[in-house]
Design a protein around this ligand. Structure first.
Ligand code: C5J
Length: 219
Protein backbone atom coordinates (compact mmCIF):
# COMPACT_ATOMS: atom_id res chain seq x y z
CA UNK A 1 0.00 0.00 0.00
CA UNK A 2 1.34 3.38 -0.99
CA UNK A 3 1.02 6.22 1.52
CA UNK A 4 1.31 9.71 0.06
CA UNK A 5 4.37 11.08 1.83
CA UNK A 6 7.45 13.24 1.49
CA UNK A 7 10.01 13.08 0.03
CA UNK A 8 8.20 10.33 -1.92
CA UNK A 9 5.40 7.84 -1.34
CA UNK A 10 5.96 5.28 1.41
CA UNK A 11 5.36 1.63 0.67
CA UNK A 12 3.58 0.45 3.83
CA UNK A 13 3.63 -3.28 4.58
CA UNK A 14 1.09 -3.69 7.35
CA UNK A 15 2.31 -7.12 8.42
CA UNK A 16 5.79 -5.68 9.01
CA UNK A 17 4.75 -2.33 10.49
CA UNK A 18 4.21 -1.12 14.05
CA UNK A 19 2.64 2.08 15.31
CA UNK A 20 5.09 3.63 17.78
CA UNK A 21 3.58 6.34 19.98
CA UNK A 22 6.24 8.33 21.80
CA UNK A 23 5.81 9.80 25.29
CA UNK A 24 2.20 11.00 25.21
CA UNK A 25 2.49 11.42 28.98
CA UNK A 26 0.34 13.43 31.36
CA UNK A 27 3.22 15.54 32.65
CA UNK A 28 4.05 16.69 29.12
CA UNK A 29 0.51 17.23 27.82
CA UNK A 30 -1.92 18.00 30.60
CA UNK A 31 -2.73 21.42 31.97
CA UNK A 32 -1.29 21.52 35.48
CA UNK A 33 1.51 19.10 34.65
CA UNK A 34 5.27 19.50 34.75
CA UNK A 35 5.50 20.81 31.18
CA UNK A 36 3.08 23.63 31.91
CA UNK A 37 4.78 24.29 35.25
CA UNK A 38 7.96 25.03 33.30
CA UNK A 39 6.08 27.71 31.36
CA UNK A 40 5.29 25.69 28.23
CA UNK A 41 2.03 26.07 26.31
CA UNK A 42 0.59 22.56 26.44
CA UNK A 43 -2.00 23.37 23.79
CA UNK A 44 0.86 23.09 21.30
CA UNK A 45 1.14 19.40 22.21
CA UNK A 46 -2.53 18.73 22.77
CA UNK A 47 -3.36 19.42 19.14
CA UNK A 48 -1.76 16.02 18.35
CA UNK A 49 -4.17 14.09 20.61
CA UNK A 50 -7.13 13.97 18.20
CA UNK A 51 -5.12 12.80 15.16
CA UNK A 52 -3.39 10.18 17.34
CA UNK A 53 -6.74 8.90 18.58
CA UNK A 54 -7.98 8.48 15.01
CA UNK A 55 -4.81 6.72 13.88
CA UNK A 56 -4.65 4.53 16.99
CA UNK A 57 -8.21 3.34 16.63
CA UNK A 58 -7.74 2.56 12.92
CA UNK A 59 -4.48 0.73 13.68
CA UNK A 60 -6.18 -1.31 16.41
CA UNK A 61 -9.06 -2.11 14.07
CA UNK A 62 -6.72 -3.70 11.53
CA UNK A 63 -4.96 -5.65 14.30
CA UNK A 64 -1.61 -3.89 13.91
CA UNK A 65 1.06 -3.85 16.60
CA UNK A 66 0.94 -0.73 18.78
CA UNK A 67 3.85 0.19 21.06
CA UNK A 68 3.80 3.06 23.54
CA UNK A 69 6.80 4.67 25.17
CA UNK A 70 7.20 6.73 28.34
CA UNK A 71 10.22 8.77 29.33
CA UNK A 72 11.12 8.36 32.99
CA UNK A 73 13.35 6.89 35.63
CA UNK A 74 13.44 4.32 38.39
CA UNK A 75 12.13 5.64 41.72
CA UNK A 76 15.67 5.39 43.12
CA UNK A 77 16.95 7.38 40.10
CA UNK A 78 19.77 4.86 39.66
CA UNK A 79 19.32 5.03 35.88
CA UNK A 80 19.44 8.83 35.76
CA UNK A 81 22.73 10.11 34.38
CA UNK A 82 24.05 12.91 36.62
CA UNK A 83 24.46 15.01 33.49
CA UNK A 84 20.72 14.77 32.74
CA UNK A 85 19.92 15.53 36.38
CA UNK A 86 22.07 18.65 36.42
CA UNK A 87 20.90 20.01 33.07
CA UNK A 88 18.01 22.44 32.98
CA UNK A 89 19.12 24.27 36.10
CA UNK A 90 15.49 24.77 37.12
CA UNK A 91 14.36 24.87 40.71
CA UNK A 92 12.51 21.61 40.15
CA UNK A 93 14.48 18.61 38.95
CA UNK A 94 13.82 15.03 37.95
CA UNK A 95 12.70 13.09 41.01
CA UNK A 96 11.41 16.15 42.89
CA UNK A 97 7.75 16.39 43.88
CA UNK A 98 5.77 17.98 41.04
CA UNK A 99 2.12 18.76 40.38
CA UNK A 100 1.40 15.13 39.37
CA UNK A 101 3.83 13.26 41.60
CA UNK A 102 7.59 12.94 41.37
CA UNK A 103 8.83 14.35 38.09
CA UNK A 104 9.70 11.82 35.38
CA UNK A 105 9.57 8.92 37.85
CA UNK A 106 7.95 5.63 36.88
CA UNK A 107 4.75 4.83 38.70
CA UNK A 108 3.85 8.47 39.33
CA UNK A 109 0.58 9.84 37.86
CA UNK A 110 2.33 12.43 35.70
CA UNK A 111 4.57 9.77 34.15
CA UNK A 112 1.63 7.82 32.81
CA UNK A 113 0.09 8.06 29.36
CA UNK A 114 -2.85 10.42 28.86
CA UNK A 115 -6.25 8.73 29.15
CA UNK A 116 -7.17 9.61 25.54
CA UNK A 117 -4.41 7.31 24.24
CA UNK A 118 -4.17 4.83 27.09
CA UNK A 119 -2.57 1.52 26.10
CA UNK A 120 -4.94 -1.38 25.57
CA UNK A 121 -4.27 -4.76 27.18
CA UNK A 122 -1.46 -6.51 25.33
CA UNK A 123 0.07 -3.37 23.82
CA UNK A 124 3.72 -3.15 24.92
CA UNK A 125 4.71 -0.07 26.92
CA UNK A 126 8.44 0.68 26.75
CA UNK A 127 9.84 2.69 29.64
CA UNK A 128 12.88 4.60 28.50
CA UNK A 129 15.36 6.59 30.56
CA UNK A 130 16.58 8.62 27.60
CA UNK A 131 15.28 10.54 24.65
CA UNK A 132 15.66 7.70 22.17
CA UNK A 133 13.31 4.73 22.59
CA UNK A 134 16.07 2.21 21.79
CA UNK A 135 18.58 3.37 24.38
CA UNK A 136 18.59 1.05 27.44
CA UNK A 137 15.26 -0.58 26.49
CA UNK A 138 14.03 -3.84 24.98
CA UNK A 139 12.30 -2.10 22.05
CA UNK A 140 14.60 -3.58 19.40
CA UNK A 141 14.06 -7.10 20.77
CA UNK A 142 10.27 -6.63 20.83
CA UNK A 143 10.28 -5.43 17.21
CA UNK A 144 12.59 -8.20 16.02
CA UNK A 145 10.51 -10.85 17.74
CA UNK A 146 7.43 -9.59 15.90
CA UNK A 147 9.14 -9.31 12.51
CA UNK A 148 8.77 -5.54 12.37
CA UNK A 149 10.75 -3.61 9.76
CA UNK A 150 8.71 -0.41 9.48
CA UNK A 151 7.73 2.10 12.17
CA UNK A 152 4.87 4.55 11.89
CA UNK A 153 6.00 7.11 14.45
CA UNK A 154 3.93 9.65 16.38
CA UNK A 155 4.21 11.53 19.67
CA UNK A 156 6.09 14.28 21.43
CA UNK A 157 8.21 16.16 21.14
CA UNK A 158 9.01 16.22 17.45
CA UNK A 159 12.53 17.57 17.75
CA UNK A 160 13.56 15.67 20.88
CA UNK A 161 12.25 12.16 21.55
CA UNK A 162 10.62 11.61 18.15
CA UNK A 163 13.70 12.73 16.23
CA UNK A 164 16.12 10.85 18.48
CA UNK A 165 14.09 7.65 18.16
CA UNK A 166 13.79 7.93 14.39
CA UNK A 167 17.55 8.39 14.07
CA UNK A 168 18.22 5.40 16.31
CA UNK A 169 15.70 3.33 14.33
CA UNK A 170 17.32 4.38 11.08
CA UNK A 171 20.70 3.05 12.23
CA UNK A 172 19.07 -0.23 13.30
CA UNK A 173 17.58 -0.80 9.85
CA UNK A 174 13.96 0.29 10.31
CA UNK A 175 12.09 2.43 7.80
CA UNK A 176 10.26 5.22 9.63
CA UNK A 177 7.14 7.03 8.50
CA UNK A 178 6.62 10.04 10.77
CA UNK A 179 3.03 11.28 10.99
CA UNK A 180 3.27 15.06 11.01
CA UNK A 181 0.00 16.06 12.67
CA UNK A 182 0.36 13.27 15.25
CA UNK A 183 3.64 14.80 16.45
CA UNK A 184 4.06 18.11 18.25
CA UNK A 185 6.45 20.41 20.05
CA UNK A 186 6.06 23.24 22.53
CA UNK A 187 7.92 25.22 19.85
CA UNK A 188 6.13 25.12 16.47
CA UNK A 189 9.27 26.15 14.63
CA UNK A 190 11.15 23.17 16.11
CA UNK A 191 8.29 20.86 15.06
CA UNK A 192 8.59 22.10 11.48
CA UNK A 193 12.37 21.91 11.48
CA UNK A 194 12.29 18.45 13.08
CA UNK A 195 10.08 17.14 10.29
CA UNK A 196 12.16 18.84 7.62
CA UNK A 197 15.32 17.20 8.97
CA UNK A 198 13.77 13.75 8.64
CA UNK A 199 12.63 14.07 5.04
CA UNK A 200 15.55 16.16 3.72
CA UNK A 201 18.15 14.77 1.32
CA UNK A 202 15.86 12.16 -0.17
CA UNK A 203 14.56 11.02 3.22
CA UNK A 204 17.79 10.87 5.16
CA UNK A 205 16.01 9.52 8.25
CA UNK A 206 12.65 8.58 6.79
CA UNK A 207 9.34 9.81 5.43
CA UNK A 208 6.76 12.34 6.61
CA UNK A 209 3.02 11.99 5.94
CA UNK A 210 -0.25 13.31 7.32
CA UNK A 211 -2.52 11.10 9.40
CA UNK A 212 -5.13 11.53 6.68
CA UNK A 213 -2.79 9.96 4.14
CA UNK A 214 -2.11 6.98 6.43
CA UNK A 215 -5.79 6.54 7.28
CA UNK A 216 -6.69 6.57 3.61
CA UNK A 217 -4.72 3.37 2.98
CA UNK A 218 -5.44 1.46 6.19
CA UNK A 219 -9.19 2.05 6.32
C1 C5J B 1 10.38 14.20 24.94
C2 C5J B 1 11.54 15.87 26.20
N1 C5J B 1 9.55 13.19 25.08
N2 C5J B 1 11.33 16.83 25.31
N3 C5J B 1 10.98 14.65 26.08
O1 C5J B 1 10.57 14.71 23.86
O2 C5J B 1 12.22 16.09 27.19
Amino acid sequence: MLVEAEPYDFSLRLSAAALLIIDMQRDFLEPGGFGEMLGNDVSQLRRAIGPNQALLSAWRRIGGLVIHTREGHRPDLADLPPTKYRRGRGETRIGDPGPMGRILVRGEPGHDIIPELYPAAGEPVVDKPGKGAFHATDLHAILQNRGIAQLVVTGVTTEVCVNTTVREANDRGYDCLVVADCCASYFPEFHDAGLRMIKAQGGIFGWVASSGAVLQVIK
